[in-house]
Design a protein around this ligand. Structure first.
Ligand code: AR6
Length: 167
């Protein structure tokens, strides 16, 4: 399995699935969630409504509709509250549950945004370390996944992931 960092808009990526940093309603919002709903089109919210929401640290699967990606894995990251409320474990769980859904559906390529690091205020460096460690640990378990892309919107995040990938 190959890990890489890419800088830009996740809605442009032609992968089997992109991951959405959603909220527990799954009905859309700002940030990457808003961008994904806009690019996928209005049919997405109809399917999301049928999913009945999603708990923090869990993930749900939908089609990608008008996106170049075939599917969307919606996960709900923790809101950063100082770090003493299980935020790190919940963030790791977002990555793990998303990878498990991808694997269960025999997907080979998936792209993650930097979950929780925008509106939910999770510190970027700690978040990148958790994301990188969880995904690389999962590498030993996977039958189908071949490529995982860390999609970074900011220069700072892109540099963080490049550094982690070069270690
Ligand atoms: N492509 C890739 N990454 C993006 C894009 C994009 N088009 N747009 C923003 N990012 P955020 P959160 C980056 O705030 O912190 C929503 O309202 C952004 O720079 O989207 O998990 C949901 O509905 C940051 O690095 O998600 C929830 O209510 C990362 O995506 C809440 O925000 C995550 O930032 C979730 O907050």
């Amino acid at each position: 399995m190959k890990l890489s960092a890419w800088q830009g808009d996740i809605t442009k990526l032609s992968v089997d699935a992109i991951v959405n940093a959603a909220n527990s309603s799954l009905l859309g919002g700002g940030g990457v969630d808003g961008a994904i709903h806009r690019a996928a089109g209005p049919d997405l919210v109809h399917e999301c409504r049928l999913r009945g929401g999603c708990k923090v640290g869990e993930a749900k699967f939908t089609k990608g509709y008008r996106l170049p990606a075939r599917f969307i894995i919606h996960t709900v990251g923790p809101v950063w509250n100082g770090g003493g409320s299980g935020e790190s474990d919940l963030l790791a769980s977002c990555y793990l549950r998303s990878l498990e859904i991808a694997e269960m559906n025999s997907l080979s390529t998936i792209a993650f945004p930097c979950i929780s690091t925008g509106i939910y205020r999770f510190p970027s460096k700690v978040a990148a370390e958790i994301a990188y460690r969880t995904v690389s640990d999962y590498m030993t378990n996977t039958k189908h996944l071949q490529k995982v892309t860390f999609c970074c919107f900011s220069d700072g995040d892109f540099q963080l992931y490049q550094r982690l990938l070069a270690e």
